[in-house]
Design a protein. Structure first.
Length: 698
């Protein structure tokens, strides 16, 4: 058997392969493009294309595809084979630099939010040389950006790359001010922790709700859920272990640094965390990870549920976005350094993040907004929909000392003079255990915990990178012109703490009293649902910030707002329609059938002996008859709200109607059906129960 170091990255056209297959000149030039973003010339592209093709063919590939991330949230690919006819009637395998750099998929089937209509009908894909090409099956996959001919981004990679370059530009300005003249670039890195559920294929197939919507729309509470925490600490079940083993192998072959895997809080829930890497690569890798999880699960007779809330009353799944910024030399800018100067620089970057998160709370909330994630945020399991920052007691005390010009009551009780004193190393604070903060400082990085499990991590990082770039820009503008650098720096850090300390909260984010305090006394935003937050994407301050850094154009923002709301509406409408069908064609008939059977039994007993009371049967018949009527009534009401949606003037109005009426009626229908489930004999119920699903995988 091959050892992991032998096969790690074996399906990737990575640095090792490039070095081995490219001439020194071509390699050097490509490396410069990758590391410093210098433009690529066509001669180099041709040489890379040839090497890439030869390598891919030697690995058994016959096709190539420009692999990209349209706004649907999943990845897309269109396969072309390498073959080209040769004059002798045979074929040769061909792939040019032009084909490597640019592709032209038919863009019409991807959402554009009106962009294509306004600009140009076709789109094109452009190679992202900073993310390695890899092989999937028999296809060479080339990570690409996807744009319209007018240059408008139709995908998530383009704005992500733009946000990384905005952050790079502003962070370098700050580093130069601190005398760092050697750093060539600054990049953000991410380690996304991915949660998911596993259920058996057999049970999944019996549930139209899971098949059509990825979540259960009905299901009574099981007698045992996650109360005992026994799943979290329990051993990994053999079938799950076999799945994880194969998953790791596949991910490692693709150069994905899958590192830890464990059970999560809910039964049947698990987590996979990779080692962090550059943000655009981490984004590509997370998309691949989600795809491969589903593929491997299928091989094991399982289904991997990536929905944020597959089961009501049971913890949902999120994705923790561990984020930091570092120089090309490997200096983590969110890590307190060893010298006073480094510490002052650390505090400035820390303040930039605090200011960014406070000024753009709405953008962070928007970046994780989907119909699925609305079920998590604000329920007592995930962070609330209110954005706040956790710093931990130690760092908090340092900031307080700076704010008030008082001695820092740390180990040595010294006055915190910026640029003079050495800060202690901040370990992850012990109080971070509760994990209720949406945005927590964890020693040398921030953990943004509001992402849903199925979200692409691109959106959150686009907003994070851009908002921090904006803080840094404001700082750099001020500091570059300052006469007394140290005084200006101190003043600015102090001002940031004073102006933005209301976003810092170290208590329990799940507590109702926090929401009251956050919204009433602190004035923080609380956008509970997607229709609540999404329109604010177009608020002037947000548009100004994002366009000024070149991350989005105004038209792109408008189109994204439309697409996100459209997705929300479509998702809920499919769910509602699935509920109607399930209730009408399976649940009501099952309840009715069982009721009739019980009634028949009672009648038969009475016929034998009229003195028998049959109170059990009569009780069941009465309750279930009433419930069937209620179900029928609720189905009608839900259908009415769906019809009413057609009256909506636009997608914004429609999403608000969905939030205010469709979702409410769905909830009412569900309550009636779930109650019927608890009263109906199991052999009559048309679906596997929550207990069956959650404890099905051994
Ligand atoms: P946990 O949060 O589960 O306690 P860790 O803090 O060890 O675990 O790491 C969680 C994730 O954070 C991992 O994916 C890890 O690679 C990532 N991570 C660690 N350091 C950084 C960093 N400097 N930047 C971004 N991600 C990081
Ligand atoms: Mg974590």
């Amino acid at each position: 058997m091959k050892t992991v170091p032998k096969y790690f990255g074996s399906l990737v056209f990575d640095d090792r392969v490039m070095k081995a297959t490219l001439s020194a000149k071509v390699y050097g030039s490509l490396k410069k493009t990758i590391d410093e973003g210098t433009p690529l010339d066509i001669g180099v592209a041709n040489a890379v294309a040839t090497a890439m093709k030869d390598w891919a063919i030697s690995m058994g590939a016959t096709h190539y595809t420009h692999w990209f991330q349209p706004l649907t949230g999943i990845t897309a690919e269109k396969h072309d084979s390498f073959i080209a006819p040769s004059p002798d009637g045979g074929v040769i395998m061909e792939f040019s630099g032009k084909e490597l750099i640019k592709g032209e998929p038919d863009a019409s089937s991807f959402p554009s939010g009106g962009l294509r209509a306004t600009f140009e009908a076709r789109g094109y894909t452009a190679w992202d040389p900073t993310s390695y090409a890899f092989i999937k099956g028999r296809t060479l996959c080339i990570p690409t950006a996807f744009c319209s001919y007018g240059g408008e981004a139709l995908d998530k990679k383009t704005p992500l790359l733009r946000s990384m370059s905005a952050l790079n530009k502003q962070a370098l300005r700050i580093l130069r001010l601190f005398g760092n003249n050697t750093a060539k670039c600054v990049r953000s890195s991410v380690g996304p922790e991915q949660e998911y559920f596993l259920v058996t294929r057999e049970m999944y197939d019996q549930r139209p709700d899971l098949r059509f919507t990825g979540r259960t729309l009905f299901g009574a509470k099981p007698p045992k859920g996650q109360e005992m925490d026994d799943h979290y600490f329990g051993v990994i079940k053999p079938r799950v272990a076999a799945f994880m083993e194969e998953l790791n192998e596949e991910l490692w072959k693709l150069g994905i640094l899958a590192k830890t895997e464990h059970n999560e809080v809910a039964p049947a829930q698990h987590e996979l965390a990779p080692i962090y890497t550059t943000t655009n690569i981490a984004t590509d890798h997370n998309q691949l990870t989600m795809e491969i999880m589903q593929k491997i699960a299928a091989k094991h007779g399982l289904v991997c549920l990536l929905h944020e809330k597959p089961f009501a009353g049971v913890n949902g799944s999120g994705k923790h976005n561990n984020w930091s910024i570092a120089t090309d030399a490997g200096q983590n800018l969110l890590s307190p350094g060893d010298t006073p100067y480094e510490n002052a620089q650390f505090l400035l970057f820390l303040c930039a993040v605090i200011k960014a998160v406070d000024d753009y709370q709405d953008l962070l909330r928007i970046s994780v907004a989907t119909a699925g994630n609305d079920h998590r945020l604000g329920a007592n399991e995930a962070p609330p929909a209110v954005v706040s920052i956790f710093l931990g007691d130690e760092l908090n005390a340092v900031l307080q000392a700076i704010e008030t010009d008082t001695p820092y009551a740390g180990a040595e009780k010294t006055q915190m003079k910026l640029g003079v004193d050495v800060l202690p190393k901040f370990n992850r604070d012990a109080t971070d255990r509760n994990r209720t903060s949406p945005f927590a400082f964890t020693g040398n990085k921030f953990e943004f915990r509001m992402l849903g499990s199925s979200n692409s991590i691109a959106c959150a990082n686009i907003m994070l990178n851009s908002a921090v770039a904006e803080s840094l820009k404001i700082y750099a503008d001020r500091l570059e012109g300052a006469e007394d650098f140290a005084a200006a720096l101190h003043g600015m850090i102090q001002k940031t703490i004073r102006d933005h300390k209301h976003i810092i909260f170290n208590g329990n984010g799940y507590d109702d009293s926090w929401i009251k305090e956050a919204t009433e006394s602190r004035g923080l935003l609380n956008y509970r649902t997607t229709p609540d937050c999404m329109p604010h994407l177009l608020d002037k301050k947000n548009v100004d910030m994002l366009t000024s850094h070149g991350v989005y154009s105004q038209a792109e923002l408008r189109s994204r707002c439309d697409i996100m709301l459209e997705n929300y509406c479509k998702t809920v409408i499919i769910e509602a329609s699935t509920m109607v069908t399930m209730a009408k064609t399976q649940i009501a008939p099952a309840v009715e059938g069982y009721t009739a059977e019980v009634a028949k039994g009672a009648a038969a007993k009475k016929a034998l002996d009229t003195s028998l009371a049959c109170s059990y049967e009569l009780g069941v018949v009465k309750k279930l008859s009433a419930l069937t009527d209620r179900i029928a009534g609720k189905v009608e009401e839900l259908e009415d709200t769906l019809l009413y949606l057609q009256k909506a003037e636009d997608v914004m109005a429609q999403s608000a109607m969905i939030r205010d009426s469709v979702l409410v009626k769905m909830g009412e229908l569900r309550v009636a059906c779930d109650e019927a489930e608890t009263l109906t004999a199991k052999n009559w119920w048309p679906y596997p129960s929550y207990a069956d699903l959650l404890f099905s995988v051994q």
